[in-house]
Every structure is written in structure tokens, then in C-alpha cells.
Design a binder for this molecule. Structure first.
Ligand code: VGL
Ligand code: ZN
Length: 212
């Protein structure tokens, strides 16, 4: 199937930030490889939204905020289970900045998330309590954007939960899988695939785009 990109389509470029790339605090293997592909993909889209993981110092998702805990452990918080991470994407730091090779000057919105100290946000639509909205759904609706293609980092966290929420909110969601990379901590990649299939989120490759 080829996709013809139209006026009601948006490309959501998730968290292509230094801390998720090689050398970063929460580096994902080969994450930088997908950036030229994302840049090319973005040219085919009239509307692009960039997202930025944007945590205050001492954020609840940081293992360092929980004495005795280590990154990649899971703890119980008031809103449910939370995986703990190394300190990453701290507001205003180099690690939180977009990777220098990301080149999408025509992006129309930069959406920041994870800025509440006591709650994490994987999805670009809702924080991890599954009820605090980020405002992105309203933005897309007001602008008549009905289908979102999703690329970026990480496939098994922010990309996955954003796609699932988009579907739940009535948008059509399609993941451009070879323009993503996964963290794959403790089976999270397999779980993401299963869950995305159950939510009927389509995964395509960049060569499926008619205008590329
Ligand atoms: C992410 C873990 C922690 C992501 C953000 O962007 O997928 N993952 N914070
Ligand atoms: Zn984060």
C-alpha cells in the first residue's frame, strides 16, 4: 500500500533529542541513523509537529529521585507503575535539545511533555495517569488534522503510547516503523508490538509514501 500525503495529515516527530541518541543519557542504539530518514519524510508533509521530552530537575521518572533505586527498575506511583530512567532531557540542557542533524524548519508546533515534576508522560496526548491531556488533540482537531503519521523515539515508549492514544481519541494513527528505534528494556519491544496490533495501529515503512 502506498500513502498519499494530504492536507489533513500531520507527521509527529517524537523526541529526537540528544539524550536519546548515542552519547546521550538514555541513548538508544543507532537512534541517529533514523534522522536523515525523518528529515526526508518530513518534506512530504505539509504539517509537522515536533515533540520534546522536557523534564524538570528531580523529575519523578528519574531513578536519582528515589533513594536506593536504579534506572530501569519499576516502582509504584499514585498513577500506577513507572519505569525509572537515568536523568534525561532536563529542561534547557544540551541533552534536551533536538539532535543537531534534525532539520525540519517547516515544523509548525513544538510540543513539550513530561514537565510536571510528579508525573511522567510517554504519550504526546496524555500524561501517564491516562487522564491529564497535553492539549495536542485539541490542536490537531482545531486545525482539521485527522491522520497522524508517527516517527522518532522511542518505538516502545513514546511512539507506542502516542499512537495508541491517537487511535483512542479518534485520529487515524500510522507508525513509520523504520523511522523509529526502540529502547527494548525488559521485553518492552515485544509488548509494544502486541499492544499496537491489538489497538489496530498500522505500521508502515518510509518507502510506502507516494511522494518520497
Ligand atoms: C521516553 C523514556 C523516558 C521516550 C521518554 O521518548 O520514549 N522514554 N522518557
Ligand atoms: Zn522522559
Amino acid at each position: 500500500m502506498t500513502h498519499k500525503v494530504g492536507e489533513n495529515d500531520a507527521l509527529l516527530v517524537v523526541d529526537v533529542q540528544n539524550d536519546f541518541c548515542p552519547g546521550g543519557a538514555l541513548a538508544i542504539s543507532n537512534a541517529d541513523e533514523i534522522i536523515p530518514r525523518i528529515n526526508r519524510l518530513a518534506h512530504a508533509f505539509p504539517h509537522v509537529v515536533l515533540t520534546q521530552d522536557w523534564h524538570p530537575p528531580g523529575h519523578v521518572s528519574f531513578a536519582s529521585a528515589h533513594p536506593g533505586r536504579k534506572p530501569f527498575e519499576i516502582i509504584d506511583l499514585s498513577y500506577g507503575e513507572q519505569e525509572l530512567w537515568p536523568d534525561h532531557c532536563v529542561q534547557g540542557t544540551f541533552g534536551a535539545a533536538f539532535h543537531p542533524t534534525l532539520a525540519i524548519p517547516h515544523a509548525e508546533l513544538i510540543m513539550r511533555k513530561g514537565f510536571h515534576r510528579d508525573i511522567d508522560s510517554y504519550s504526546v496526548f496524555f500524561e501517564n495517569d491516562a487522564r491529564t491531556p497535553t492539549g495536542l488533540a485539541g490542536y490537531l482537531r482545531e486545525r482539521g488534522l485527522t491522520r497522524v503519521f508517527i516517527a522518532g523515539l522511542a518505538f516502545d515508549f513514546c511512539v507506542r503510547f502516542s499512537a495508541e492514544d491517537a487511535t483512542r481519541l479518534g485520529f487515524e494513527a500510522v507508525i513509520v516503523e523504520d523511522a523509529t528505534r526502540a529502547i527494548d528494556s525488559d521485553g518492552s519491544l515485544a509488548l509494544a508490538r502486541e499492544s499496537l496490533a491489538a489497538c489496530r495501529v498500522a505500521c508502515v515503512h518510509v518507502d510506502a509514501f507516494a511522494r518520497l
